[in-house]
Design a binder for this molecule. Structure first.
Ligand code: UDP
Ligand code: MG
Length: 168
């Protein structure tokens, strides 16, 4: 048994195509446990950190515009954390290959992804590809209190003079 965590992001194309329910149903075939879920308005900074490994690619700028939602005019994504035995490979299998034209047609990306005329893979979902990436990504997208269990070690910190928005 190798219990793993994985981060899934339903990208803006998945949201505008009304695929959220369908994608979550497909992911549930892996019989994993959902640990966290939230709708996120993605900042440029967060998108750039998430895709840091691609920063030298010619499509990087377009990829960032895609993930923050500028391309689809919907500034939100749905971020999910799942946990279970071999979670990463099980989810990547259901999600399919990066290039939607090469992905198995019954995978999520094969069924719903497309390649734009400028060559970006609009492939509907992100899924972590290794335990190291999953840890880095989950820590980038979620605070400990937003996940039902502490998946990684935590520490207590005291914050002074923190300005935050509250309900008026
Ligand atoms: N991507 C792209 N063209 C490429 C490679 C990647 O448009 O040649 C985009 C695509 O949306 C992909 C994301 O960049 O999902 C991250 O790329 P990565 O290589 O990490 O693939 P993934 O882990 O998402 O399968
Ligand atoms: Mg990747």
């Amino acid at each position: 048994m190798a219990i793993q965590q994985t981060l899934i992001i339903i990208k803006p194309d998945g949201l505008v195509k009304s695929l959220t329910g369908n994608i979550i149903s497909r992911l549930s075939e892996a019989k994993l446990t959902i640990m966290g879920a939230k709708v996120v308005r993605v900042t440029r900074d967060q998108a750039a950190r998430h895709y840091e490994h691609l920063k030298d690619q010619p499509f990087f700028e377009e990829l960032i515009q895609y993930i923050v939602g500028d391309v689809h005019k919907t500034h939100r994504v749905l971020a999910l954390v799942y946990q279970g035995d071999e979670a990463i490979a099980k989810i990547r299998d259901i999600v399919g290959e990066t290039n939607p034209e090469k992905a198995n047609p019954v995978s999520i990306r094969g069924a719903y992804g497309r390649i734009t005329t400028s060559g970006v893979f609009e492939n509907v979902v992100h899924a972590s590809s290794s335990p190291e990436d999953a840890e880095k990504e989950i820590k980038l997208w979620f605070e400990p209190e937003e996940i039902v269990e502490d998946l990684y070690p935590v520490k207590e910190i005291t914050l002074d003079n923190i300005k935050k928005t509250a309900w008026a």
